[in-house]
Design a binder for this molecule. Structure first.
Ligand code: GDG
Length: 724
């Protein structure tokens, strides 16, 4: 097994010079660093991330980071770093993804820097990468990195995890670089999010903006598949639980309690970020005091706000707003011996944080949007079996999906928060413990290590699947063997689908006429008297005859309803009478009226409803409805409903490509058989082929075919070589 390369914006350690100018390293307090810290030490791993040299010697820094911490620093040009980090990452992506689009800057210069820095990270990863390594990229700073790496090394195994929300499509579409970001992410084998909501949002953007459909969260890209799934991040439960019962924390408790007195203790802890809903929380507490004078002097709020992104304007404005609000509440309600809000604008040492969690009667976690929020989980973990406390949690934090026993509030509804504070303060001890225990069981069972292992497991599986599938790809060796067999055979049968196989798709079915190059290839293949070339298509005979009728090939139209052998006449299969057509058409017409940009195509023995150009969400839904609406009607008339590439076709049930193919297959003894197709309907052909036949499925998705081609270009190049 290869190594694990973790990539994130920052390294988990940062260099500093001590008072004697010696290089020392400090640990980082971020959620990711604490989360993955314990995990990555278990494996042979490297961590790649941005590092500011802090005035140290670059060579020494690099060596010591590698030797002592298994870290590889990425050094950035300071201007680029600023444009990429404060600029695009935190003034464009962060607000947009947290649904604060009104704060977002859309600036070409910062975007260019973001691209450059993602390429710099790719250079650093490529320098370390060995063939079997797994690369795990973290977070919104590096969303282009998966495809940059895939371009440089197509066989690479890459997982990407987003720690913040993925916004709904209506917000995401506002980003001028939305396609680039989507395609950047789609370079990964697995894309992980904290919750299923973010997965849904991502899948809907991938469909609407990049035309990428999915099956059960799997998106096919050429012959590769990208898995999109939810992996809710846990915490290092034991670390918090054992710290809470440690002597160090016990020592701190008396002085903390002395400060609070016998008052009830409400706590909040966050980075000072507008997504965390700090002003709303303060206002709600202020209103609680206004409405509940009986709680005056009996309760206090301690608010820990860790300085964050202080170079970004919206954070500076927020800081001022919070300072003023704290002053206002304390000015209005404070007394000689009671300060309602204690405000700590700094990061606390770990044990002090745990002591606070442990002592807090109520924990207020009310972000307006939060990818997960680990603070909520950590609070729960510090309560031992006799511990008490109530978690008030925003429904817009990812963790609310798992912590249903919290008092869940809408953070935009001040009344809801005010009521929850009252309810939390009044909650009977037994109920507090019951709720805590239920949450603790879950958090203890699914820790950050389980999370990381689950995610890594998914990446490994995806990579194995890719390798297995790659073995089926039309490789140079397979092509060579195929050409040799073809060359040695005296009689050869070629069964070729048309749309999606020989030509690409287009919104208008009439606009995919064969070009000169294709006609030349088909002509050359047909001219060889050892060959029988059959175009086996769902198209009607008129179009096939018009486009390909002058070539010396056999034509199968409407999935086998009629065929014209080389040099012969059209022969129709026996069909039930066409009395059904009007009834089916009138049902289809209702769907055309209700679904913009869809239309009906009438063939001789089939009706087709096309929804390729319709809204990508609405089209498939209407197709399912139409399918159901037609079910009764079709059964009675001996018809079948067939779902193809964004079409729903109604045709006689006894017609399918497999039946047509078998006639050709059995008509003589072939020494070489090749069938190529991209669609569900081509599977019927693959099914009836002799075991020795070459069958090729074009594009992704399950198939009975032996081999797989990426797309039309590959198929045409193979046929071109055969023709030569
Ligand atoms: C991002 C996403 C997602 C906080 N104050 C102190 C301190 N902390 C530690 C906490 C916790 C971490 O920082 C904060 O994690 P959160 O999850 O609450 O929030 P973000 O920093 O915004 O993290 C978030 C997370 O990534 C992981 O995917 O959950 O949604 O926004 O671990 O303990 N640590 C110390 N002193 C403090 O004062 N020592």
């Amino acid at each position: 097994m290869g190594r694990l390369l973790i990539v994130s914006n920052r390294l988990p350690v940062s260099p500093e010079l001590d008072e004697n100018d010696n290089l020392v390293f400090a640990g980082s307090a971020g959620g990711l660093a604490t989360g993955l810290g314990s995990f990555y030490k278990r494996y042979e791993s490297l961590w790649v991330g941005w590092c500011e040299s802090a005035g140290c010697d670059g060579f020494e820094l690099r060596e010591r980071l590698l030797q002592e911490h298994s870290c590889v620093p990425v050094f950035l040009d300071p201007t680029d770093a600023h444009l990429y980090y404060e600029g695009f990452s935190n003034e464009t992506v962060w607000p947009t993804f947290h649904h604060f689009a009104q704060y977002a800057q859309f600036d070409e210069e910062t975007w260019q820097a973001y691209k450059r820095v993602n390429h710099r990270f790719a250079d650093a990863v490529m320098e370390q990468l060995q063939p079997d390594d797994i690369v795990w990229i973290n977070d919104y700073h590096l969303m282009l990195l998966p495809s940059i790496l895939r371009d440089r090394m197509p066989e690479i195994t890459v997982g990407f995890f987003l720690h913040i929300p993925f916004p709904s499509f209506e917000i995401f579409r506002m980003l001028p670089w939305r396609e680039q970001i989507l395609n950047g992410l789609l370079g990964a084998d697995v894309i992980g999010f904290h919750t299923y909501d973010y997965v849904r949002h991502f899948l809907s953007s991938a469909l609407r903006l990049a035309g990428r459909d999915h099956t059960l969260g799997q998106i096919a890209i050429g012959s590769r598949t990208v898995k999109v799934d939810a992996f809710p991040m846990g915490i290092d439960y034991e670390r918090f639980a054992s710290a809470a019962s440690s002597p160090e924390v016990a020592q701190m408790t008396p002085s903390l309690r002395a400060h609070i007195g016998d008052r009830r203790f409400i706590l909040s802890v966050d980075r000072l970020d507008y997504s965390k809903g700090i002003p709303v929380r303060l206002e709600a507490f202020e209103r609680f005091l206004a409405e509940h004078p009986e709680w005056h002097r009996k309760v206090g709020l301690t608010m820990v706000a860790v300085p964050s992104r202080t170079d970004v304007e919206h954070y500076q404005l927020l800081k001022r707003e919070v300072d003023e609000l704290v002053g206002r509440v304390n000015g209005r309600y404070g007394t000689m011996d009671w300060t309602p809000v204690r405000y700590l604008y700094r990061s606390l040492p770990f044990n002090e944080l745990v002591a606070m969690y442990k002592e807090a009667d109520v924990m207020l976690v009310t972000p307006l949007r939060d990818g997960m929020n680990l603070v909520a989980k950590e609070y729960v973990a510090t309560k031992d079996h006799s511990g008490t406390g109530v978690l008030v949690l925003s429904e817009l934090a990812g963790s609310a999906a798992e912590l249903g026993e919290a008092l869940v509030v809408n953070p935009f509804d001040q009344t809801d928060i005010v009521d929850a504070i009252g309810k939390a303060l009044d909650m009977p001890v037994a109920e507090q413990q019951e709720r805590l225990t239920a949450m603790q069981e879950r958090l203890r069972r699914y820790t950050v290590v389980d999370w990381a292992e689950d995610f890594m497991g998914a990446v490994e599986l995806a990579s194995e699947n890719r390798r297995e599938r790659a073995a089926l790809n039309l490789s140079a060796q397979v092509e060579q063997r195929l050409l040799e067999d073809y060359g040695n055979a005296a009689r050869r049968l070629l069964l070729l689908d048309y749309d999606g196989t020989l030509v690409g798709f287009s919104a208008k079915p009439g606009s995919t006429k064969p070009d000169d190059q294709l006609r030349t290839t088909l002509h050359a293949l047909a001219a060889d008297e050892r060959n029988e070339v059959v175009i086996i298509s769902g198209r009607d005979r008129k179009i096939l005859a018009e486009w390909l009728g002058d070539l010396d090939v056999s034509l199968v139209a409407e999935h086998g309803a009629m065929q014209r052998r080389r040099g012969g006449e059209w022969i129709e299969m026996p069909m039930p009478p066409d009395t059904w057509i009007e009834a089916v058409r009138s049902v289809m017409e209702r769907y055309v009226d209700r679904t913009p940009r869809t239309f009906i195509e009438q063939k001789e023995h089939a009706l087709v409803w096309h929804y390729r150009a319709a809204d990508p969400g609405l089209g498939p839904q209407r197709a399912r409805e139409l399918h159901e609406a037609l079910a009764g009607l079709t059964e009675n008339h001996g018809l079948a409903i067939m779902e193809g590439h964004r079409v729903l076709e109604v045709k006689p049930a006894n017609v399918n490509k497999g039946r047509a193919a078998i006639e050709f297959v059995e008509s003589e003894v072939w020494e070489f058989v090749l069938a190529v197709g991209d669609d569900r309907t081509d599977e019927d052909v693959f099914e009836v082929l002799p075991a020795s036949a070459y069958s090729i499925k074009v594009g992704g998705g399950g198939s009975l075919a032996r081999y797989r081609a990426e797309g039309v270009t590959e198929v045409r190049s193979l046929l071109g070589r055969m023709a030569r």
